[in-house]
Design a protein around this ligand. Structure first.
Ligand code: AMP
Length: 510
C-alpha cells in the first residue's frame, strides 16, 4: 500500500506506527496474492487468511467542519474521500481509529450567532447536527466525531506546556501566542517561512505586539467582569463571545490548538495519518506540527500527511466566502447518494475536481450502468464458466492495485466497468453460472462497502431489451453500423432509449 505524503513529497509504503506490520502485509500478499490468486471467491483483502492477526493499527485524523452553516459539496469531497481511505484500509485488515474534529467554537460561528441573536454554542450544535445528517445521507460512516468544546481542558493543558517550555508568551489583554523563533523547523510541511508577511491569517492572530509576524494565537483572552472560575464547565458568554474559565484566564482556543489537543488526548503525541483539504497545509497544518512537536519534543508528529485537491467551480475553489457553492443538503434532493459519491470519487484525490452539470450527468449514467448490471444478476441460471471466473479475478486484482496505489479511485472504477463490459455478453448468452454470480455478488458487496456506489433500488429492464442492447453492442464492435442502427430502432419501439457512454451503453425508459 503506497500513500503520497505531502511532508516528503513522495509516495511511501504504508507502515503503521503501532506494529510495523507492512513486512507482514508484504509477506501475506506474497503468500496469498489476491492479484495472482486462482480463487475468484477469495476476499478483496490481501492474504485474507491473515485477517485475524491484523496488519497493525492506524490512527487517522482529518480536519472536520466549522459548523456555522450547511457544508458544501467541496467539503464533502474531502470527507467522502477519507471515508473511502478508512474503509479500504479496514477491508485490507488494518485496524483504523479514525477521528474527525468538529470545530464548534470559532469566529465565524460567533459572528453568525451574533447576527441571529443566538448563543454561539447552540448555533454550532444545530449545524453540527445538520452536518452529521448530511454525512449519514452520503453514507460516510467511518469516523467518530469529536467536538472541540468537549476538550477545552486538554487545550489549556497543551498551552500551559508550551508556556512552561518557553514556546509561548502572553500579550496582555489579548492572549497567548506561539513564538515561531523557538521552532526552527517551521515551514517543513509547506515550504513557507515564519517571516512571510501574510502568515497570520485570522483575525484573532493579529496584534502588532507579536514577536514575529507569523506568531499565532493559542489562547484568546476574553474580557469578563466576573471573578475567574476555573474548570471545563465554567463557561460564560460576554458580548456574544464564549469564554471558558482556565488558569490562563477567561478565554477560548486559537484556531490550530484544538486539533493537537484532541489528537494528543486520543492518540498521544504521534500518530499515522493526518488529512484535510489542501487549503489547510498552510498555515493550519504547519502550525499543528509546530505546536505538537514543541510540546512533546517527539518527531515526527504525523507520519503521513494527505491532502485533497479542491473541488472547483469555474476555475475557483468552491468556498462559502466566495459564494460559489452548492450545499450537500440541496444536492441530495437532486441526486441519489450513489451519484454524489461517484462524482466525488471520479477524479484522483490529488487532482482538482470540476463542478459541472456534465460531471453529474456522467455520474448518473455510470450509476445506471452499474444498477442495470446488478439487476441482471438476479436472473442468472447458465452453466459455470471459467472465462467469467478469470474476469472476476482480474477485476479484483485491478481494483486492489488501484486502491493500493495511493487510493486511485478512478482506476478502481475502471476495473469495475471493465468487468461489466466483459461479463454482459456472457449474461446475454446465458453463459454465467450461479457459482460465478455468488462470487460476483461478494466482490460487488465488498467494493460497495468501500466506495458506496451500488444503488439498492434497481431499474427493471425487460430481458428482451437487454438482449437487443447486447446484440447492438456486438454489431457496433464488429463495425456493422447499419444493422446496429436497426436494432436501436427496435429498442426504441419497445419504449426504451439507449445512450452510448464512456461506461458502455445505458438504457433508459423513454
Ligand atoms: P471548513 O469547514 O471550511 O473548515 O472545511 C472542512 C474541510 O473541507 C477541510 O478539510 C477543508 O480543507 C475542506 N474543503 C473546503 N473547501 C474545499 C474544496 N473546495 N474542495 C475540497 N475540500 C475542501
Amino acid at each position: 500500500m503506497n500513500i503520497y505524503n505531502t511532508l516528503t513529497k513522495t509516495k511511501e509504503r504504508l507502515i503503521p506506527r503501532l506494529r510495523g506490520a507492512e513486512a507482514r502485509y508484504g509477506e501475506a500478499k506474497a503468500r496469498h496474492p489476491s492479484a495472482d490468486s486462482t480463487d475468484s471467491t477469495s476476499s478483496l483483502q490481501a492474504g485474507s487468511s491473515q485477517a485475524s492477526s491484523g496488519l497493525g493499527k492506524i490512527q487517522m485524523f482529518v480536519c472536520g467542519p466549522t459548523v456555522y452553516d450547511y457544508i458544501h459539496i467541496g467539503n464533502a469531497r474531502t470527507f467522502v474521500f477519507f471515508d473511502v481511505v478508512a474503509k479500504y484500509l479496514r477491508s485490507q485488515g488494518y485496524e483504523v481509529d479514525y477521528i474527525q474534529n468538529i470545530t464548534d467554537i470559532d469566529d465565524k460561528i460567533i459572528k453568525r450567532a451574533q447576527e441571529a441573536g443566538q448563543n454561539p454554542l447552540d448555533w454550532a450544535k444545530e449545524y453540527r447536527q445538520k452536518f452529521e445528517e448530511d454525512m449519514k445521507d452520503l453514507e460516510v460512516s467511518s469516523p467518530r466525531y469529536i467536538p472541540a468544546t468537549d476538550h477545552i481542558k486538554q487545550v489549556v493543558g497543551q498551552v500551559k506546556k508550551l508556556i512552561e517550555k518557553k514556546h509561548a508568551y502572553l500579550i496582555e489583554n489579548d492572549g497567548y501566542y506561539f513564538d515561531l523563533k523557538t521552532f526552527p523547523e517551521y515551514g517543513k510541511l509547506s515550504g513557507r517561512k515564519s517571516e512571510m508577511a501574510d502568515d497570520a491569517v485570522t483575525r484573532i492572530d493579529e496584534n502588532d505586539k507579536k514577536r514575529n509576524k507569523g506568531d499565532f494565537c493559542l489562547w484568546k483572552l476574553v474580557k469578563i467582569d466576573k471573578e475567574l472560575e476555573i474548570g471545563n464547565s465554567k463557561f460564560e458568554i460576554a458580548n456574544g463571545e464564549p469564554a471558558w474559565g482556565s488558569p490562563l484566564g477567561w478565554g477560548r482556543p486559537g484556531w490550530h490548538i484544538e486539533d493537537t489537543a484532541i489528537t494528543e488526548h486520543f492518540f498521544g503525541p504521534q500518530y499515522d495519518i493526518h488529512g484535510g483539504g489542501q487549503d489547510l497545509i498552510f498555515p493550519h497544518h504547519e502550525a499543528e506540527i509546530t505546536q505538537q512537536e514543541s510540546a512533546s519534543g517527539k518527531k515526527p508528529f504525523v507520519k503521513y500527511w494527505m491532502h485533497v485537491a479542491f473541488l472547483i467551480n469555474k476555475d475557483q475553489k468552491m468556498s462559502k466566502s466566495l459564494g460559489n457553492f452548492e450545499t450537500v443538503n440541496e444536492l441530495l434532493k437532486k441526486y441519489p447518494k450513489e451519484v454524489l459519491r461517484f462524482y466525488l470519487l471520479s477524479s484522483y484525490y490529488r487532482s482538482p475536481l470540476d463542478y459541472s452539470d456534465m460531471m453529474f450527468k456522467q455520474s448518473r449514467v455510470a450509476i445506471s450502468r452499474i444498477a442495470e448490471f446488478v439487476q441482471k444478476l438476479e436472473k442468472i441460471n447458465g452453466a459455470d464458466n471459467k472465462t467469467a471466473d478469470q474476469h472476476i479475478k482480474e477485476a479484483k486484482k485491478k481494483f486492489v492495485e488501484a486502491m493500493d496505489n495511493d487510493f486511485n479511485t478512478p482506476e478502481a472504477f475502471a476495473s469495475l466497468f471493465e468487468l461489466i463490459r466483459n461479463l454482459n455478453p456472457l449474461i446475454v448468452s446465458n453463459e454465467l453460472g450461479k457459482e460465478q454470480v455468488k462470487n460476483l455478488t461478494k466482490l460487488l458487496t465488498e467494493i460497495d462497502e468501500i466506495l458506496g456506489v451500488i444503488p439498492e433500488e434497481k431499474q427493471k429492464t425487460p430481458q428482451e431489451v437487454e438482449e437487443l442492447v447486447e446484440k447492438r453492442e456486438k454489431l457496433r464492435q464488429d463495425k456493422h453500423y447499419a444493422e446496429s442502427d436497426e436494432v436501436r430502432s427496435e429498442i426504441e419501439k419497445l419504449g426504451f432509449q439507449i445512450e452510448d457512454t464512456m461506461y458502455g451503453p445505458v438504457i433508459n425508459r423513454k
